[in-house]
Design a protein around this ligand. Structure first.
Ligand code: KIV
Ligand code: ZN
Length: 404
C-alpha cells in the first residue's frame, strides 16, 4: 500500500506538524472533458510542466483509451515530468487498463486510476449490470491494474448516490485487490458538506483495511459546493483532494485547486493541514489554463479573478491604505499577484485619489486638489473605467488653469 509519505517523497516540505494533503490535479483529464475546453498536445505539456513546478503531487494526464491524442499526451507527459506522479484513467476493463499502463510506461512514478459506477441508477441504466457483477469488476480491474504498477487508485463513480452497504463492499473489494487510494466522487455535485463528511467518516470506520489506504475526494460543483465538500472530506480523514485549475470540468466544473489550497493555507486554525503547493504560482497557472482552454476566468472568481485583490469603494480603499488586513484576508503576493489594486472609479474617496496623484508624481495644493477631485468624480460618473491617463489629463488641466 502506498502511504502519503511515499507518494509525496520528492516534494520538499517545510517542517510541520500538520497533516499533509495530497493534491491530485485533473485539469488535463476531467478539466479537459469540459465541452469546448480541449487542448493541443503542446498546450497539455505546458500545463503539465507548471503543475509539476507548483508542487502538484499527482497529475492525472488523461484517459489513454479515449483517443490516440489522449494516449500520446499521457505518454509524453509521463516521459518528461520527473517529480509528480503521473496518472492515467481507465474504465474497469482489461483493454482500458492495459492501454493506460502502456501510456504510463515512460513515467518514473506512475498511477493507474480505474473506476466503475456503483449507484443503483448508473448500474441499472448505464452499465446494465447487477451489483454482484459490478463487485466482481472492482476486484478484476484493481487486480489487473496492480499487475502493471503498485500505485493503483480505485473510484466509485457516483459514489455519493450509492447505497452505503454496497459502497462499503466495493471499497473493501478494491482494498483487498490492492488499491492504495480509494476515491469517492460526488460525480454529479449532489452532496452537501455534512453529508460528504459523514460518508467519508462512515467508510473509514466500517470498511476493513480502511486505515491502510488513502481516501480521496473528487467533488463536482453543480450546486456550488465542490470546494466545501472537499474540505469536509479532509476533515473526515481523506488525505487526497482531486481538483482542477480554475475549477475547470464537466458541467459546472470540479473543485478549484486554487480555492482549496488557499483555504487550507489561510484557515489553518480550522483546517490544520498542509499542501505541497507553491501558492505564488497560482495566478500564473490560472492564466495559462484559461488561455489554453479558452475559458475566461470570471472577474470576481475567488483567489485568481481580476478583482480578487481590487478595491474601488472609498471606505474600502481608505481602510486598505491604513492597514491591508482591513479588507484582505490573503496577501496578493502569496498567490502571485504583485500588489493590491485600488481601482479609481466613482466609489473612490479622497484618500485613494490623493495616493494616486502621489503615485503619478503630482503634488497639488489644497484648492487645486479639491477641484481635481471634483472633476475626477464627474468623470467617473460618466466613464466606467478611469485610467491613469485620464487622471493625468485632468490634473494637467488643473495645473494649466492655476498657471493662467
Ligand atoms: O466525476 C467522476 O466520477 C469522475 C470519475 C471518473 C473519477 O471523474
Ligand atoms: Zn469527475
Amino acid at each position: 500500500m502506498n502511504t502519503i509519505s511515499e507518494v509525496s517523497q520528492s516534494t520538499p516540505q517545510p517542517a510541520s506538524d500538520k497533516d499533509r494533503i495530497l493534491i491530485f490535479d485533473t485539469t488535463l483529464r476531467d478539466g479537459e472533458q469540459s465541452p469546448g475546453a480541449s487542448m493541443t498536445l503542446e498546450e497539455k505539456l505546458q500545463v503539465a510542466d507548471i503543475l509539476d513546478q507548483m508542487g502538484v503531487d499527482i497529475i492525472e494526464a488523461g484517459f489513454p483509451i479515449a483517443s490516440d491524442g489522449d494516449f500520446e499526451a499521457v505518454q509524453q507527459i509521463a516521459g518528461r515530468v520527473k517529480r509528480s506522479v503521473i496518472c492515467g484513467l481507465s474504465r474497469a476493463s482489461a483493454k482500458d487498463i492495459d492501454r493506460a499502463a502502456e501510456a504510463l510506461r515512460p513515467a518514473e512514478r506512475r498511477r493507474i486510476h480505474t473506476f466503475i459506477a456503483t449507484s443503483p441508477l448508473h448500474m441499472k441504466f448505464k452499465l446494465n449490470m447487477t451489483p454482484e457483477q459490478v463487485l466482481q469488476k472492482v476486484t478484476d480491474s484493481v487486480t489487473r491494474a496492480r499487475n502493471h504498477t503498485d500505485d493503483v487508485e480505485w473510484s466509485a463513480e457516483d459514489g455519493t448516490r450509492t447505497e452505503h452497504d454496497f459502497l462499503c463492499r466495493c471499497v473493501e473489494a478494491a482494498i483487498k485487490a490492492g488499491a492504495g487510494t480509494i476515491n469517492i466522487p460526488d460525480t454529479v455535485g449532489y452532496s452537501v458538506p455534512e453529508e460528504y463528511f459523514a460518508l467519508i467518516s462512515m467508510l473509514r470506520q466500517r470498511v476493513p483495511g480502511a486505515d491502510d489506504v488513502i481516501f480521496s475526494t473528487h467533488c463536482h460543483d453543480d450546486l456550488g459546493m465542490a470546494v466545501a465538500n472537499s474540505l469536509a472530506g479532509i476533515r473526515a480523514g481523506a488525505r487526497q483532494i482531486e481538483c482542477t485549475i480554475n475549477g475547470l470540468g464537466e458541467r459546472a466544473g470540479n473543485a478549484a485547486l486554487e480555492e482549496i489550497v488557499m483555504a487550507i493555507r489561510t484557515r489553518g486554525d480550522v483546517l490544520p493541514f498542509d499542501t505541497g503547493i507553491d501558492t505564488r504560482m497560482l495566478v500564473r497557472a490560472s492564466r495559462m489554463v484559461s488561455t489554453v482552454s479558452a475559458f475566461p476566468v470570471q472577474y470576481n472568481k475567488a483567489i485568481v479573478g481580476k478583482n480578487a485583490f481590487a478595491h474601488e469603494s472609498g471606505i474600502h480603499q481608505d481602510g486598505m491604505l491604513k492597514n491591508a488586513e482591513t479588507y484582505e484576508i490573503m496577501r496578493p503576493e502569496d498567490v502571485g499577484v504583485s500588489q493590491t489594486s485600488l481601482v479609481m472609479g466613482k466609489h473612490s474617496g479622497r484618500h485613494a485619489f490623493r495616493e494616486k496623484l502621489v503615485a503619478l508624481g503630482y503634488q497639488l495644493g489644497e484648492n487645486a486638489f479639491e477641484d481635481a477631485f471634483k472633476r475626477f468624480k464627474d468623470l467617473a460618473d460618466r466613464k466606467k473605467h478611469v485610467f491613469d491617463e485620464d487622471i493625468e489629463a485632468l490634473v494637467e488641466d488643473e495645473v494649466a488653469a492655476a498657471g493662467e
